[in-house]
Design a protein around this ligand. Structure first.
Ligand code: ADP
Length: 465
């Protein structure tokens, strides 16, 4: 029994509340029963006082004290408990005392100290419980105290029995209810233990395991489902990371192997300067590509870890476009492509990381040049529509098959692996572009027709909106 467990606490609370309720119920019912029983006795006592008063009213004027006493004695044997009464006048002189009260020496209060309603009290007389009612009455202008009494032994005994029953029953009911509560909470919480046990057994190698879902349509079912959805997301993220690591290693192995083979071949025998130059420039080209790959990998890894910091400043978009356009023009010229830049007349301001935005545009332009055969054209256009800035890179190149289209933003995804590699691609460019766009709350969209060309659009919010 663990005092910290929900089960223990639930049962403890439940038992405490029940104990309090049962205790209150017992006490209240005992008080009510007592009140009702004594009320009945009091009513009877009041009737008797009234009877004595009437009797005195009728007789006192006509009879002597002795005669009244005799009448009282006679009167007293008539009613139930009738012999338990005594009457005194304003000086405490007895008019009448029934034998048993006189015997026990029961005192009486003077009419002058009593209120109109009189006084009631329970007293033990010779070890017998008796209830007294003393009330002032006025007969022929003279005050008297009439005190009547009733035996309440049976009532007391009944009340005691009732109390004993309550004191026995309440703990019994409480014990049974707590045991029931304990059992019910165990049943209700059993799925939690099951969920805990399964969750404990889930490790990085068994991320495909799922928690049991109790078909109870309650909070526990919801909890299991939610945790399972979370596991699903964790599993996918874990798979992505594993895949990314495997792909990255693979991507790195190829250029390193190429550099090594080139160097080994060059060193195998004595060669002329031209051949060494050739080998070295091959190694240089490959290492440049590897450097870029590693740089991209680092940016993505930092982005994944949430550590990539963007420095947002107000970017002068026309200047940025001119600069990027200049670079694209050179790339295009090398491949005999026509390049067009449609810049702005006005100067929209965008809160962005200038270097990241530049990188994003260069990735799109580099791809457009890479995948467009000689004689084709590449263009960069910018326009403002409402509160958004549209940047568009269009080419008349190879286009992208609709099968590949949904995947091109994935890391290391290349529609045509060997072609992309030959062209110097690593399959990370668009993944990086997408991350930059996301980080700027920008959308990046693509439309493409095979052999006709592709259009990449970046749609981002303007600063003053
Ligand atoms: P890569 O380094 O291979 O270019 P990217 O992530 O930049 O990697 O692009 C992913 C793939 O999308 C490319 O391999 C290519 O198949 C396709 N792609 C990207 N841009 C274009 C384009 N402008 N025209 C045709 N295909 C493209």
């Amino acid at each position: 029994m663990n005092p910290g467990s929900i089960r223990f606490r639930l049962t403890a609370w439940y038992t405490a509340v029940l104990a309090l309720s049962l205790g209150l119920f017992g006490l209240t019912s005992w008080l009510v029963v007592k009140q009702v029983l004594f009320h009945a006795v009091d009513e009877e006592l009041e009737d008797r006082v009234e009877g004595v008063r009437k009797f005195m009213d009728n007789q006192i004027g006509a009879l002597s004290v002795e005669e009244i006493r005799d009448e009282f004695k006679e009167h007293s044997v008539l009613g139930p408990g009738g012999d338990l009464f005594q009457v005194c006048d304003e000086h405490g002189i007895w008019l009448y005392r029934s034998a048993s009260l006189e015997d026990a020496g029961v005192p009486i209060e003077l009419p002058s100290v009593l209120t109109k309603k009189g006084s009631r009290e329970n007293r033990m007389v010779k070890e017998v419980s008796v209830r007294f009612l003393s009330r002032p009455v006025t007969v022929l202008g003279k005050p008297y105290t009439v005190q009547v009494a009733a035996l309440t032994g049976e009532i007391e005994e009944g009340l005691n029995r009732f109390r004993a029953t309550l004191l026995l029953l309440i703990p019994l009911v409480l014990a049974a209810a707590s045991a029931g509560g304990w059992w019910m909470s165990r049943r209700a919480l059993a799925p939690v233990d099951e969920i805990t046990a399964t969750a404990r057994s889930i490790g990085e190698r068994s991320l495909n395991q799922r928690l049991p879902v109790p078909p109870s349509n309650d909070e526990l079912e919801r909890l299991s489902r939610t945790l399972n959805q979370m596991l699903e997301r964790i599993e996918q993220a874990f798979q992505r990371v594993t895949q990314f690591t495997a792909d990255a290693s693979h991507e790195l192995r190829t250029p390193v192997a190429l550099m090594r083979t080139t160097a080994e071949l060059a060193l195998r025998k004595q060669r002329g300067e031209q051949e060494y130059r050739q080998a070295l420039s091959e190694v240089l080209a490959e290492s440049e590509r590897t450097t870029e790959l590693i740089e991209n990998l680092l940016i993505l890894a930092r982005a994944d870890a949430g550590k990539a910091q963007l420095e947002r400043t107000l970017v002068d978009i026309p200047a940025l476009l001119l600069d990027v356009g200049e670079q694209a023009r050179k790339l295009a010229a090398r491949k005999n492509l026509i390049f067009r830049l449609d810049a702005f007349e006005s100067a929209p301001r965008v809160l962005a990381d200038a270097a990241a935005l530049r990188r994003l545009l260069l990735i799109l332009l580099d791809n457009a040049v890479k995948y467009t055969p000689a004689g084709g054209s590449v263009s960069l256009r910018a326009s403002v529509a409402g509160s958004r800035l549209h940047l568009e890179v269009r080419d008349t190149g190879a286009g992208i098959d609709s099968v590949d289209l949904p995947h091109i933003f994935e890391r290391f995804y290349r529609a045509d692996k060997s072609r992309s590699r030959d062209l110097g691609g690593s399959g990370l460019g668009l993944a990086l572009a997408k991350w930059i766009a996301d980080a700027h709350q920008a959308a990046i969209l693509v439309e493409s027709t095979v052999n006709q060309g592709s259009t990449f659009r970046v749609d981002m919010p303007l600063e003053n909106h």
